[in-house]
Design a protein around this ligand. Structure first.
Ligand SMILES: [Zn+2]
Length: 279
């Protein structure tokens, strides 16, 4: 993979229509490199549509990932909710794989008052079943639990690195905005670098060549994330983050989830390129 690619979470606002295909074309026109398909309200794309998406993306030279529906909780206490969560994740992985997506991002679980250990063990068990099923289907898309922004949500960096160590085919989606919002910290070069160090230590250096990252501005309070903001309206030290990514030679996809989508994706890409040129 060629270095770091920048893109949007969903179709850019300036695309001709909100369709995934027009989104991919707009990404290419803007000179961006990737896009995350948002199946957050449900997977409403069939196999034929997914094949068209794959053709368009390869023709336009745009890399893809896909975000699974929000309604997933691998720590749900009702068996039918677990099964529905696994099905939503599998469906995203199946259609995403046909689209040519490299990674599927999802929100793993809520603690629901359980201890983090209990939630971890349950989430791991049910995610492992999903991974076995995908393996049987010869589906090799990366499954990426996301770092979450609220203390009530499963998804600390440590939890995701543990899942990634224990389960084959699983790797983290590091959302730097969420992690900053959750802790109120992690907003300096040193702190960003410490996260990359941790990834390298736990998953090996190769993990830094295959990263999936979410970035946006963010508003937060005592309970963590409140809402996403545009970078320049937020306190996120994105240039420091980009410096750390450059110094650690991180490769992969950076998905911008600011409300202004492509504007901040372009801002990140330009800022990163400026850093690279200035050595
Ligand atoms: Zn997400």
């Amino acid at each position: 993979m060629a270095g770091l690619l920048f893109g949007t979470g969903g179709t850019p606002h300036s695309a001709r229509t909100a369709s995934t295909i027009d989104g991919i074309k707009r990404i290419a026109e803007l000179g961006l490199g990737c896009m995350e398909i948002e199946f957050v309200q449900g997977v409403r794309m069939g196999q034929a549509g997914a094949r068209l998406v794959a053709e368009t993306a390869s023709r336009e030279g745009v890399k893809l990932s896909a975000h699974a529906p929000y309604f997933i909780n691998l720590n749900a206490h009702e068996p039918e909710k677990i099964r529905a969560s696994q099905d939503r994740l599998l469906q995203t992985a199946r259609i995403g794989w046909i689209c040519g997506a490299e990674s599927i991002v999802f929100h793993t679980a809520f603690y629901l008052g359980d201890s983090p250990e209990e939630a971890y063990n349950r989430a791991k068990k049910y995610l492992e079943e999903v991974m076995h099923q995908l393996k049987r289907e010869n589906n090799r898309v990366w499954i990426r639990p996301e770092v979450m922004g609220k203390g009530s949500q499963f998804g600390t960096i440590d939890e995701l690195l543990s899942l990634s160590t224990e389960l084959e085919g699983v790797a983290p989606c590091i959302d730097f905005a969420h992690w900053h919002a959750r802790s109120g910290e992690f907003n300096s070069y040193q702190e960003f670098a410490s996260i990359l160090e941790q990834v390298k230590e736990r998953l090996g250096k190769a993990a830094l060549d295959n990263m999936h990252i979410h970035v946006s501005g963010i508003n937060y309070g005592k309970k963590g994330e409140i809402k996403h903001l545009n970078l320049k309206e937020s306190d996120l030290q994105y240039v420091e983050l980009l410096k750390a990514l450059k110094d650690y030679h991180v490769k992969g996809l950076i998905i911008c989830e600011s409300p202004n989508l492509e504007e901040d994706a372009l801002l990140l890409q330009e800022s990163y390129n400026t850093l690279v040129k200035s050595g």
